[in-house]
Design a protein around this ligand. Structure first.
Ligand code: TA6
Length: 272
């Protein structure tokens, strides 16, 4: 492990694989697999001011996924995390975020949120764990929000989710019965769908795959040209083509933790 800058960590694997992690947000901003290919999208307009969420890479979403009672996607992606430990032999780093005055002002709970990143030749293993260190129970939702790099999203499909019920947050259904996923999910207009009962599935995008344990949902997002036009840190007119997000998520049924209890979610990102 190398520190490129006080706030940036560089993980290296003997295979040549590399990952860059910003302490702001506990945010992986680059993952280069052993073949030298960058697997993640990082917007050239991403803001690195220590306050704004970084557009691209792998934002960490906690304690609220999406819209709810606090700011969208919670605060973990806007906070400065600390290094808990590193291992050269395992090519890993573990980061932690605990409550502080700013998080207490938004969400009045005590927590210990940890992210472990393990780099392999062609894999990135991410373990997110949340512990209730307070004296009262609390509930939360969470996600890992990877932006995978694509040359042109309109020519890509996501597979592996066929038959799963999903919530389409881009065009919510009036019916109580949820639609089920097709064999291939195409892109070109906004896709913002949360697939349920996805824990046993492996989701694929070209040579990339995502599998997860502990995250019961899986979100697929690409803004398409119209929604992207309203996102200031996505380049116009074609930035939307350059990524597809595949997000191990905990959303439909929030997790509730009693004092001392812990939840863990694990995701494996693999590049073939
Ligand atoms: O996870 C999908 C999503 O919730 C979309 O609705 C989309 O807005 C995206 O996240 C990015 O959100 P952000 O707050 O980073 O602009």
């Amino acid at each position: 492990m190398q520190k490129a800058d006080p706030g940036i960590l560089l993980l290296r694997h003997t295979s040549g694989a590399k990952a860059t992690i910003h302490l702001h947000g506990g945010h992986v901003t680059s993952w280069i697999s052993a073949n030298g290919c960058e697997q993640l999208y990082l917007s050239p307009l991403a803001v690195f001011d220590g306050k704004t969420a970084i557009r691209g890479g792998i934002p960490i979403i906690f304690p609220q996924f999406g819209i709810g009672s606090i700011a969208k996607h919670g605060f973990a992606r806007n906070q400065l995390w600390r290094i808990l430990g590193t291992s050269e032999s395992e090519s890993s780093v573990e980061l932690v975020l605990t409550e502080n005055a700013a998080t207490q002002a938004i969400w009045p709970h005590c927590f210990d949120l940890r992210l472990k990143v393990v780099l392999g030749p062609n894999e990135l293993l991410l373990t997110l764990s949340a512990k209730n260190t307070g004296t009262a129970p609390w509930s939360f939702t969470a996600a890992l929000h990877p932006y995978f790099a694509t040359e042109d999203a309109s020519k890509c499909v996501v597979t592996g989710l066929q038959g799963l019920p999903y919530t389409d947050t881009a065009s919510p259904e009036a019916s109580h019965e949820l639609p089920t996923a097709p064999a291939e999910i195409p892109f070109g207009t906004e896709v913002d769908c949360i697939y349920h009962e996805a824990e046993a599935r492996t989701t694929r995008l070209g040579g990339l795959s995502v599998s997860q344990t502990g995250f019961p949902d899986l979100t697929v997002w690409n803004p398409g040209p119209e929604v992207a036009a309203g996102i200031k840190d996505v380049p116009q007119p074609n930035g939307w083509r350059q990524f597809i997000c595949i997000e191990p998520s905990l959303w439909k049924t929030p997790a509730k933790l009693a004092p001392g209890e812990e939840w863990t979610g694990l995701a494996t990102l693999a590049a073939n």
